[in-house]
Design a protein around this ligand. Structure first.
Ligand SMILES: Cc1cc2nc3c(=O)[nH]c(=O)nc-3n(C[C@H](O)[C@H](O)[C@H](O)COP(=O)(O)OP(=O)(O)OC[C@H]3O[C@@H](n4cnc5c(N)ncnc54)[C@H](O)[C@@H]3O)c2cc1C
Length: 495
C-alpha cells in the first residue's frame, strides 16, 4: 500500500481541504470532495494506519444485525440507528465504483448476507437482543427469515454451544475492509488527491480560525479548512490547537481480531454472528476477498490508544471461534493478527460538526459501525464543507451536552446484563451455592457504588461504566467530566 503514497519531495505546502486521518472516514470524505470538485485535497496519515479502527474492522455492513434493546427505545437512539439504515443504501453504488480498483480484481463485497445465531452459551441478553433485531427488521419492513442452523454454510459449532435458533438477513453482508481501503486509495490517487504518509504533530491557527497543520518532521501545510478524522486520536489532535476544547470525551475501544486460512471443511459464505453482547459486537466470522476468514472481535476500553493484544483476548477469540462457530477452526492457519481502536464517545453518539475555530471540522466517534456509516458521513461532511445543506441530524454536533438516553437504574441493569453475558460465555466459575441472582447483585452493587461516588444522574452505557469501574484513570476522567456537567451534584467519594 505504501508504494502508492506521495514521496516527500512532492509534498504540497497548501491545500483547500486538509484531512487529518486516513481511515475509512478520511478517505471516503476525500473521495466525495474530489468528486464535487471542491479544490485541492490532502489526506495525512501513516500508511500502515497503525492503531486505527478501519484497518482492523470486520466491516460487517450491519445495522439491523447490530440492533439492541436500546436501538429504538428513545428518539436519539432511533436517530443514531437510522444513520446506519441510510448509510446502508449507499454501499451498492460505492462498491460498483470502487470495484475496478479492488486488489487482484477480487470482489470487495465478500458476503452478501448475515446469519444471526442464538446459541446456548450466552445469557438472557442474547434473547433480548435477538428479539430487538427481529422487531427492528419488522418495523422497518426489511426482509428476514428463520432458518435451520444446520443449513448455514460453514457453521459447525460444538454440541454444547450449538445454536438454538438462527435468522437470515439477506440484505446485510460484509466487505473486505482492507481491500476497500486499498481500492479507495487507488481511486483517490487516480483522481488527483494527495495522500501523505505522515502524522500531524500540531494543528496551526489562532483563537479565531485554523490555518493548517505541522507534520511530525516540521513540514507545514496551510489549509483553508481542516477536517480531523483521526479516529480515537482525534481529541488529542484537536487539543494541540484548542487545549480547553469542551468535547464529549472519546475513549479508545481496543479490538482484536484474526484472519485465518481454512485448512479443511466447508467455508463460510455469509457473515455468521451472535447478537451484540458482553460489551462487544458479538462473536462473528466474516469471509474475506482472498478466501481467508476474519474472526472477531474483542472490545476493551483502554486508557491509551495502542495495539496491545492480551493473551486473554487471544484465548477468548480462538476458543470461542472453535466452540461457537466452527470446530475445525482449531487447525486453521492464522495469517494476520489485527488490533485497532474504535473511537467510543461517552454518550455513544458520533461527533460530526464544526468546532469553535473557523474552518475546523471534526468527523469521528463512530464506535463499532464507522466503516459502514463512512460513505454517508462523508457525503454529509462534504456538503457542509461546501456550504450546502447537510444530510444527517444535527444531534451529532461535537460540543453538545452528552445525549441522554437512559435512567441510572436502566444503566445499572444493562451493565449487569452485559456482565452476566460475559460471565457465562467465558465459563466463569462461582461457588455452586451462588445463584445467578447473587452474581447479578454483585455487579449491581459495583455499579451503584460508582454512581453514588460520582454523584451524577447522567446514565452511562454499559461499556463506559465497565471502563470507569475498572480503570482508575478512566474512572477519574469520566467522573471529572460528569461533575463538570453537574457542578451541584454531591457524590460520596473521590475517584
Ligand atoms: C476490531 C474492530 C472491528 C470493527 N468492526 C467493524 C464492523 O464490522 N463494521 C463497521 O462498520 N465498523 C467496525 N469497526 C469500527 C470502525 O472500524 C470504526 O468506527 C471506523 O473505522 C473509524 O474510522 P475512522 O476513519 O474514523 O478512524 P480510523 O480508522 O481509526 O482512522 C484514523 C486514522 O488516523 C490516523 N491518525 C491518527 N493520528 C493521526 C495524526 N496525528 N495525524 C495523521 N493521522 C493520524 C490513524 O493512523 C488512522 O489511520 C471495527 C473496529 C475494530 C477496532
Amino acid at each position: 500500500m505504501s508504494a502508492t503514497i506521495e514521496k516527500p519531495d512532492v509534498r504540497p505546502a497548501q491545500a483547500d481541504v486538509l484531512i487529518v486521518g486516513n481511515g475509512a472516514l478520511g478517505l471516503f470524505l476525500a473521495r466525495e470532495l474530489s468528486a464535487a470538485g471542491a479544490g485541492s485535497v490532502v489526506v495525512v496519515g501513516p500508511a500502515d494506519r497503525s492503531s486505527g479502527g478501519s484497518q482492523a474492522a470486520g466491516a460487517m455492513m450491519g445495522c439491523f444485525a447490530e440492533a439492541t434493546s436500546e436501538s429504538l427505545r428513545t428518539q436519539p437512539a432511533r436517530t443514531r440507528f437510522e444513520l446506519g439504515v441510510a448509510a446502508h443504501e449507499r454501499w451498492p453504488a460505492v462498491l460498483a465504483a470502487l470495484q475496478e480498483h479492488a486488489p487482484g480484481g477480487r470482489p470487495l463485497l465478500t458476503a452478501p448476507e448475515t446469519h444471526v445465531v442464538l446459541n446456548s452459551i450466552g445469557a438472557e441478553l442474547d434473547n433480548v437482543n435477538l428479539a430487538a433485531i427481529i422487531n427492528a427488521l419488522t418495523e422497518y419492513g426489511k426482509p428476514w427469515q428463520e432458518c435451520d442452523p444446520h443449513d448455514i454454510p460453514g457453521f459447525n459449532p460444538r454440541t454444547d454451544t450449538r445454536a438454538l435458533r438462527a435468522i437470515l438477513l439477506p440484505e446485510e453482508g460484509a466487505v473486505d475492509a482492507r481491500a476497500v481501503l486499498t481500492a479507495l486509495q487507488a481511486d483517490l490517487l487516480a483522481s488527483g488527491v494527495t495522500l501523505l504518509d505522515a502524522s500531524v504533530r500540531t494543528l496551526l491557527g489562532d483563537s479565531d480560525s485554523v490555518t493548517g497543520a505541522e507534520l511530525d518532521d516540521g513540514h507545514v501545510i496551510e489549509a483553508g479548512k481542516v477536517v480531523v478524522a483521526a479516529g480515537a486520536l482525534s481529541e488529542s489532535v484537536l487539543k494541540t490547537l484548542i487545549p480547553d476544547l469542551d468535547l464529549v470525551p472519546t475513549f479508545a475501544g481496543l479490538g482484536f481480531a484474526m484472519i485465518a486460512r481454512r485448512t479443511g471443511g466447508e467455508p463460510f459464505r455469509s457473515v455468521v454472528r451472535t447478537p451484540n453482547r458482553g460489551f462487544a459486537c458479538g462473536l462473528h466470522v466474516v469471509p474475506q476477498a482472498d478466501g481467508t476468514e476474519y474472526y472477531g472481535a474483542t472490545n476493551r476500553l483502554v486508557d491509551e490508544v495502542g495495539s496491545t493484544t492480551w493473551m486473554a483476548d487471544v484465548r477468548f477469540l480462538a476458543q470461542y471461534s472453535m466452540q461457537q462457530l466452527d470446530e475445525r477452526a482449531a487447525s486453521h492457519e492464522v495469517v494476520r493478527w489485527l488490533a485497532g481502536n474504535r473511537p467510543v464517545t461517552l454518550d455513544g453518539f458520533p461527533l460530526i460538526g464544526w468546532l469553535p475555530r473557523a474552518g475546523l471540522y471534526l468527523m469521528s466517534g463512530t464506535y463499532r459501525d464507522g466503516f459502514h456509516c463512512a460513505p454517508l458521513l462523508a457525503a454529509h461532511v462534504a456538503n457542509e464543507l461546501q456550504g450546502k445543506p447537510g444530510l444527517i441530524d444535527p444531534i451529532f454536533q461535537p460540543t453538545r451536552r452528552p445525549v441522554a438516553t437512559r435512567t441510572v437504574e436502566g444503566s445499572i441493569q444493562e451493565y449487569v446484563e452485559h456482565n452476566l453475558a460475559g460471565w457465562f460465555e467465558t465459563g466463569a466459575q462461582a461457588a455452586p451455592q451462588l445463584t445467578t441472582r447473587q452474581i447479578a447483585d454483585y455487579y449491581r452493587n459495583m455499579a451503584t457504588q460508582f454512581y453514588e461516588r460520582v454523584g451524577t444522574d447522567y446514565a452511562l452505557g454499559p461499556d463506559i461504566l465497565w471502563y470507569a469501574q475498572g480503570s482508575l484513570v478512566g474512572g477519574r476522567r469520566v467522573a471529572r467530566y460528569l461533575r463538570r456537567l453537574q457542578p451541584a451534584a454531591a457524590g460520596t467519594g473521590a475517584l
